[in-house]
Ligand binder design. Structure first.
Ligand code: G1P
Ligand code: ZN
Length: 543
């Protein structure tokens, strides 16, 4: 087997975003594009000679080819061992777990998460470090620097490896271990949760639907819910992973998982429903007749985590991304534990988790997780909810009402304006940034601004600083609006507007969120001049 060294010219724009490098699939398929990025990762981490890496992906179009390229390049660069998911598949949380369990030096995860898959859709690649978490900014910055100067990459002249069976094989001097990641992941879940209580819940007639959205979690969900916990066949919908996610968006929100939402809102719908995204790290939770916002879900999980064996001694602290609602802050206050506000992206939770400062983390974008891995984890969130329901024997709706009656309700919604002209979106943000200091004291409709700023984060563990992490406008009464541009989109710019308003326990807790937030939305539109600047009168996606 010969090591081939190819000269290459650096590609522009290989800058990892909120979660790795995301591009149109055709961009990743350009000759040398993937190779340059992979070699840049290897170069930035001091090479892979003698190292063990985990590699797997969400099975989207180009996953199979990209894995073979990565394996050949890792072998040519002297890796000792590559742990690969069977058929090249691995959910993101399962990859995080395997990196930790096997003591690997890191991992490569092939996914564009909840973005659609296909030759005309999206592809992505991210590097996770030895703690199992997404590479921190210091590493992604080093990778980006390496992409600018790369002039050659190494690969082998070998045929593709057969990844269909569980086997140990070799590529040059590199050991290739093909694993079924479902087994390890299911074992971990069994350690965390009370599976006997969960089996008893299903035996009592409790009904559930899990929508795997034709993505990577189908086999995991079937193994867990149907095989291990005894839920009837058919509990898991859309369970077979497909390269284009059944031509849908594998994004677990009320828009893209509408059939599931319609089902659970119908009179004879199941007691509980949930969905996960392309690579299995996001989750959506629903109960009969009710949708649980991710921010509320984090707060409910934090308030009730002690009901599951893994967290019975209580949780150390909570972290949430800045745009996530402050619902969990109230739980942290009540329990007397720390609560951290970090920039958007799971990579900012890693240090807090490693240092034992927090046990639970969450983002408004349907991400919740704990210190069991270093990624958000969709199925984990579903199982923790089930464990709580199995102990409390209440409906999801009653659990939520009880929560609001205890802590009050943070009405919350995110409005996304997608595929905006990049220049227009950047101007909107730049102009608002210039006016931020003058906003305090001004009234817009019924809302008066108390403070406006740009969010910066100072990592309390390693002191790293992250600036420009979103614009915040605070209103009298504790309401706020947050604006930031997406770091994962691949079409122009996506502007995210996050709206929040707090209502105390004695207030009106059952308003429709868009109505509860109407005044803040109107004030924010006036402040930003959004409609005039973008020509958009309504968001493309409301979650
Ligand atoms: C989005 C979410 C963010 C999440 C990321 C990766 O990033 O908003 O919370 O961590 O996807 O799943 P954004 O597109 O907003 O940069
Ligand atoms: Zn994802």
């Amino acid at each position: 087997m010969t090591i081939l060294t190819y000269d290459c010219t650096a590609f522009d724009g290989q800058k990892p975003g909120t979660s790795g490098l995301r591009k149109k699939t055709r961009v990743f398929m350009k000759p040398g594009y993937l190779e340059c990025f992979v070699q840049s990762i290897f170069n930035a981490i001091g090479g892979v000679a003698g190292k063990t890496l985990v590699v797997g992906g969400d099975g989207r179009f180009f996953n199979a080819e990209a894995i073979q390229t990565i394996l050949r390049m890792a072998a040519a660069n002297g890796a000792e061992c590559m742990i690969v998911g069977q058929d090249g598949l691995m959910s993101t949380p399962a990859a995080s777990h395997l990196i930790r369990k096997r003591g690997a030096d890191g991992g490569l995860i092939l996914s564009a998460s909840h973005n659609p898959g296909g030759i005309d859709a999206d592809f992505g690649l991210k590097f996770n470090t030895a703690n199992g978490g997404p590479a921190p900014e210091s590493v992604t910055d080093a990778i980006f620097e390496a992409t600018k100067t790369i002039d050659h990459y190494k690969t082998l002249d070998t045929a593709d490896i057969d990844l269909t069976g569980i086997a140990e094989t070799a590529l040059g001097d590199t050991r290739i271990e093909i694993e079924d990641p479902v087994v390890d992941y299911a074992m971990l879940m069994e350690e965390l949760f009370d599976f006997d209580a969960l089996r008893a819940l299903f035996e009592s007639g409790f009904t559930m639907r899990f929508d795997a959205m034709h993505a990577v979690t189908g086999p995991y969900a079937k193994a867990l819910f149907e095989d291990l916990l005894g839920a009837p066949d058919g509990t898991v919908m859309n369970a077979v992973p497909s390269m284009d996610f059944g031509k849908g968006h594998p994004d677990p929100n009320p828009i893209w998982a509408k059939p599931l939402v319609d089902l659970v809102m119908s009179p004879d719908g199941p007691d509980f429903a949930a969905a996960s995204d392309g690579d299995g790290d996001r989750n959506m939770i629903l109960g009969k007749g009710i949708y649980v916002t991710p921010s509320d879900s984090l707060a409910v999980l934090a308030a009730n985590a002690h009901l599951a064996p893994a967290y019975e001694r209580g949780i150390a602290g909570i972290a949430r991304s800045m745009p996530t609602s402050a619902a969990c802050d109230r739980v942290a206050d009540a329990y007397g534990i720390e609560c951290f506000e970090t920039p958007t992206g799971w990579k900012y939770f890693g240090n807090l988790l490693d240092a034992g400062r927090v046990t639970l983390c969450g983002e408004e974008s349907a991400g919740t997780g704990s210190d069991h891995v270093r990624e958000k984890d969709g199925l984990w969130a579903v199982l923790l909810w089930l464990n709580i329901l199995a102990v409390r024997r209440m409906s999801v709706k009653d659990v939520l009402l009880d929560h609001w009656q205890t802590y009050g309700r943070n009405y919350y919604s995110r409005h996304d304006y997608e595929a905006l002209d990049t220049g227009t979106a950047q101007e909107l943000i730049a102009d608002l940034t210039d006016r931020l200091d003058s906003l305090a004291g001004q009234s817009f409709g019924a809302c008066t601004v108390t403070k406006a700023d740009i969010f910066s984060y100072f990592d309390p563990v390693d002191g790293a600083q992250s600036h420009n992490q979103g614009l915040r406008i605070f209103f009298e009464g504790g309401s706020r609006a947050v604006l930031r541009l997406s770091g994962t989109g691949t079409d122009g710019a996506t502007l995210r507007v996050y709206l929040e308003r707090y209502e105390g326990p004695a207030g009106d807790l059952t308003l429709t969120p868009q109505i509860a937030l109407h005044e803040i939305a109107t004030a924010t539109a006036e402040i930003t001049g959004l409609a005039v600047r973008t020509g958009r009168t309504a968001p493309d996606v409301i979650t």
